[in-house]
Design a protein around this ligand. Structure first.
Ligand code: ADP
Ligand code: MG
Length: 221
């Protein structure tokens, strides 16, 4: 579970987040959507504890696993060395089962991996210590449909296990099956629940239209 009560954040004089409130229960997924630069990554940074809000608080009921937008991996080290490094950081050990096909390229240097493989390793590193809350910042950007479909399956499994997921993404087809709430980063932020979506838009296509119209409306302002 995570809960925020009106968090605000500024870089110098420029206010990035103003009184942002959200919540997600165990087994739920919260999606952050909105134009580039609207503060989605900043909000994830605050949830993770990497950034500190100027006002408001975030409550989280467990360990957090954070998959950042860029790579946080050690490029010159192998996959195995990265996993051991992150296990040491979180005072934990490398799990026996790893997601995706990470166990098949344990001895490869990260610098030699494809973008998709790096993202898989980032996810494996974030899962060390079995976090209750998982933050994913545009995990599918520039990656193929196979990766996307595999990740969708993994997120659905996390939800069944009762984990809380916060997902930043742009393409509604990525998160249509698993989101419970979407927050459109606008001023003020617009929160839309699964129930509202399901009563108004009956199909994935109708949802995509609603989603596009909402984003265009935000951009036009
Ligand atoms: P999003 O993830 O929605 O694209 P970000 O949270 O990354 O947006 O950024 C929100 C705003 O904060 C942008 O205008 C960006 O330029 C600004 N910003 C991000 N990081 C910094 C930083 N370290 N210093 C100053 N401004 C920043
Ligand atoms: Mg971002």
């Amino acid at each position: 579970m995570i809960r925020s009560d009106g968090i605000s954040f500024s870089y110098g004089k420029s206010e990035i987040l103003k009184s942002l409130s959200f919540s997600a229960e165990d087994g739920e997924c919260l999606v952050f959507a909105g134009p580039n630069g609207s503060g989605k990554s900043t909000a994830l940074g605050i949830i993770s504890g990497a950034l500190k809000s100027s006002s408001g608080t975030v409550h989280a009921n467990g360990k957090i696993g954070y998959i950042p937008q860029g790579s946080a991996l050690l490029e010159d080290a192998t996959v195995k060395e990265n996993l051991r490094f992150f296990a040491k950081l979180s005072k934990s050990s490398v799990p026996e089962t790893l997601p995706f096909s990470v166990s098949e390229y344990m001895n490869k240097k990260v610098a030699k991996l494809s973008g998709g493989m790096k993202k898989q390793v980032s996810i494996a590193c974030a899962l060390i210590g079995d976090p209750q809350i998982i933050l994913l910042d545009e995990p599918c950007a520039a990656l193929d449909i196979t990766f996307r479909d595999e990740l969708i399956g993994i997120i659905e499994k996390w939800k069944r296990e009762g984990k809380t997921v916060v997902y930043v993404g742009h393409d509604p087809s990525e998160f249509y099956t698993f989101f419970d709430t979407i927050i459109f980063f606008d001023n003020p932020p617009l929160t839309v629940s699964r129930r509202e979506i399901d009563t108004q838009t009956k199909t994935a296509e109708a949802f995509a239209e609603f989603y596009k119209d909402t984003l265009l409306n935000i951009k036009r302002k």
